[in-house]
Design a protein around this ligand. Sequence first.
Ligand code: GLU
Length: 390
Amino acid sequence: MDIAERVARLKPSATLSINARALELSARGKDILSLSVGEPDFPTPEHICAAAKEAIDAGFTRYTPVPGLPELRAAAAGYFRHFYSVHAAAENIIISNGGKHSLYLLFQTLLNPGDHVLLPSPCWVSYPPMVELAGAKPVMIPTLPENCFKISLLDLQHSLTPKTRMLILNSPSNPTGSCYTRAELDAVAAWGLANSVIIVSDEIYDRLAYSPEGPQSLSPWWEKHPENFVIVNGVAKTFAMTGWRIGYTLADAGLIAAMSRLQGQSTSNASSVSQKAALAALTQGYSHLGIMCRAFRERRDLALDIISSWPDVLCPQPEGAFYIFPDMHRHYRGALADSTSLCAALLDEAGVAVVPGAAFGDDHCLRISYAVAPAVLEQALARIARFLRL
Ligand code: GLU
């Protein structure tokens, strides 16, 4: 059957497909340690699951308003008040089926064919295809491990053209774990404002920031300039709720209304039960966060310790999220001449699933998710080291 061009040229999500292959091999009885997909290994906190069960028992199983339950929209607005002293109204929030869907809707709603979208690279696998699906052009701004994979104002200035419409910032970053400092964020925000470039800040990992400065957000800039900034977040990483699929966007009310029209003509509301769970998440405290954050930080230290001892590997210290992104290219050789073939061999021959850097735009690196038990992390890294004779 002839598939529409825009989908025919779409590649599968590398993160999801490697995870699926790792699960499939495990199901067939192979001994696989997976450091592939990025999702907390913690269970969703009990009070959140209880709220979902109550919703089902109370028959809360019908359509909700398209942009989300009013109380959940208010609770998501409250998240920005609680953590960043930013005042937003429920009408500034739309609830969608996960952060990924929020971004997809946003790009479909804001971008026109021919618009340029600046993307610091390496970046998350789904940004470029989502931008292209909206007819716009991803413009990659390469970054280096020596600069902790961060862009400078000079880089931005060099990439600016009259067609530049948007910059996507993701701090803490997937795949590098790098975090922009408050001062760096402010400088980028001021640059965006001065050049009429809308900044989309994907803050899905904001709670998982390990530097002494802690989590930082562009939402204070949004509050002052609501038409120049858009913030995307969700409950997936903060509350270990990846499968529940609840993301939210903070934006100007006019943009939210436009996204809501598109959501109403495509997916309708996010799952009613998941919305009730997210409501419990966002209104019943954050006590689990300390434990989760500490655990991820310890695992970051463990992974960094081990990887730093590998010869000829460059790996800046990640400051957030749960990824580490070592430059391993000095160990590419023979048939294993790039990140894709090395990852395939690691999976098939060493029983370790990691994601090739090429999927994120940097073939020199491998993305390792350390959202697993420390013993698994240690064992998986030992397998990689043994395989490469490090
Ligand atoms: N964002 C996570 C990852 O990169 C989840 C999978 C995905 O949606 O890409 O592993």
